[in-house]
Ligand binder design. Structure first.
Ligand code: ATP
Ligand code: MG
Length: 455
């Protein structure tokens, strides 16, 4: 049943390594607290991804106390202790100072108390400390109360906190999405979109990725749109607002994209592809007596998607993958297509992408906002099964699946390494995709003679 308030869990199952580090620090007379996401997530009954320890020991003291340490962020007071099973970040109590235009603090000063350290943290739910040896909380901002109320609220004056570090604005929305929480009104009102330009694209990327892979990030993007922050980060997406699409669609391009995002599987590349698949529609829209058109929006969309994701410093692998999914999302094979047509499709888009495209199509159909008839879903299901079937079968869909390799091609054609070898292999693959029976060493060799003549 949906609960308005969270019942908080006890903090248990703290990894042995983490407990041992706290014990070592405590035995030497230092304070040691668990802080941040680990405390928050375990109070919510989830298994934390990582545990952070805060201490009054100076970084050099921490480094001296443990065998294996890495000075991960020594300037910020963080030492990573390589324990038996996992690395644990140990950070000296800090109070922040000297922010440069909403960037990270230029320098930090260490502080003596956990209370001061908690004061510099972003949200009350992230500013709860737990002393694991005596089982005691330090929670001066009532973070546990906000966890119960499902509220994300800034520590202190929201405007000031966002001005200090503008990334916090995006973290705010990220936590709303990932935790499914409500925004604290004054914190939401304090969003200052213009500041986000001060934050490095890499930091924006990290938070955006977490936001987009949350269970249903659509409502949060809409909230970000209302504050003006979305336009600063993804102006191309906001362009879709009010762009109507004709009878098949119930929503404008913006809303359709947001719905597709929510409907897609929570994998980063699929989520981006769903969000950006129609990104060039505002740019390509035309209208005539036949209705509304978006000619070549997938071709323009590929370029736009590539630009957006490169701007956010995503890896080339992710950029290429999403751009490809956007490029081919209008694919035309369907449940009743011939095997040959399905093989051509898979060859064109690549074996690794065919089923992902079918997945993007599912999100796209659902996001039309129209009742999809049962037969419509059966068709989608059949298409998926047939594509999967062809991928499982032994059909050659890739040059490397051919029963001939580059060396043999060179031998038969009497040529040395060069682009022609690749061209010959591609041509052979074309023949085999049409007629799988041709994938036989001898047959391919004799086929090569006709390639040679054609050239
Ligand atoms: P995640 O589950 O993504 O790791 P997290 O809350 O642990 O979430 P981290 O980025 O690992 O997030 O940061 C650890 C803690 O450091 C946060 O819980 C918060 O207390 C503090 N923190 C992180 N970034 C900021 C920031 N920009 N401003 C203030 N405090 C921050
Ligand atoms: Mg963390």
């Amino acid at each position: 049943m949906f609960r308005l308030f969270n019942r908080l869990h006890e903090i248990k199952e703290i990894p042995v390594d983490v407990m041992e580090i706290c014990e070592v620090l405590s035995n030497r007379g230092y304070q040691a607290y668990l802080v941040g996401g680990g405390v928050r997530d375990s109070l919510l009954g989830q298994t934390p991804g990582d545990w952070d320890i805060a201490t009054d020991a100076r970084p050099e003291d921490v480094a001296a106390l443990f065998c294996k340490t890495v000075p991960t962020g020594i300037r910020y007071g963080t030492v990573t202790v390589i324990a038996k099973q996992l690395p644990v970040e140990v950070t000296t109590f800090r109070s922040e100072s000297h922010y440069l235009d909403g960037r990270r603090p230029e320098r930090v000063s260490f502080s003596k108390t956990i209370e001061e350290d908690l004061m510099r943290r972003d949200f009350t739910i992230n500013a709860i400390a737990y002393e694991p040896l005596h089982g005691q909380f330090v929670d001066p901002f009532e973070g546990r109360k906000d966890l119960r109320r499902k509220l994300v609220r800034a520590v202190g004056e929201p405007e000031e906190r966002f001005r200090e570090d503008a990334l916090r604005m995006l973290r705010f929305f990220r936590f709303l999405a990932v935790l499914g929480f409500r925004p604290h009104r004054r914190t939401l009102k304090a969003i200052q979109p213009g500041l986000i330009g001060n934050v490095s694209p890499e930091r924006v990327q990290t938070e955006l990725s977490k936001l987009l892979t949350a269970p249903a990030p659509g409502r949060i993007l809409i909230l970000m749109k209302q504050t003006g922050l979305l336009e600063e980060i993804l102006p191309e997406l906001v362009e879709g607002l009010g762009v109507t699409q004709g009878t098949f669609h119930r929503y404008d391009v913006f809303t359709h994209s947001i719905k597709a995002l929510d409907y897609s599987l929570p994998r980063l590349d699929l989520r981006w592809a769903a969000l950006l698949h129609d990104i060039a529609k505002p740019l390509t829209r035309s209208e005539d007596a036949d209705g509304i058109h978006f000619y070549r929006h997938e071709v323009e969309g590929e370029k736009l998607a590539e630009g957006i994701l490169t701007r956010l410093r995503y890896s080339k692998k992710l950029v290429d993958k999403v751009a490809l999914l956007v490029r081919w999302h209008m694919f035309s094979v369907h449940a009743a297509s011939t095997d040959k047509a399905l093989r051509r499709f898979i060859r064109k888009v690549g074996k690794d992408n065919a089923l992902d495209l079918v997945e993007v199509r599912r999100a796209d159909i659902l996001a039309l906002g129209k009742q999809v008839e049962h037969s419509g879903w059966q068709n989608w299901q059949t298409l998926k099964e047939r594509v999967a079937g062809i991928l499982c079968a032994d059909a050659a869909l890739n040059v490397t699946d051919l029963k001939i390799n580059g060396m043999e091609v060179m031998g038969v054609l009497g040529i040395s390494p060069g682009p022609k070898v690749g061209q010959a292999l591609e041509w052979l693959l074309d023949q085999v995709v049409e007629e799988p029976g041709l994938n036989d060493s001898e047959k391919l060799k004799s086929l090569l003679h006709s390639f040679s003549k054609k050239q």
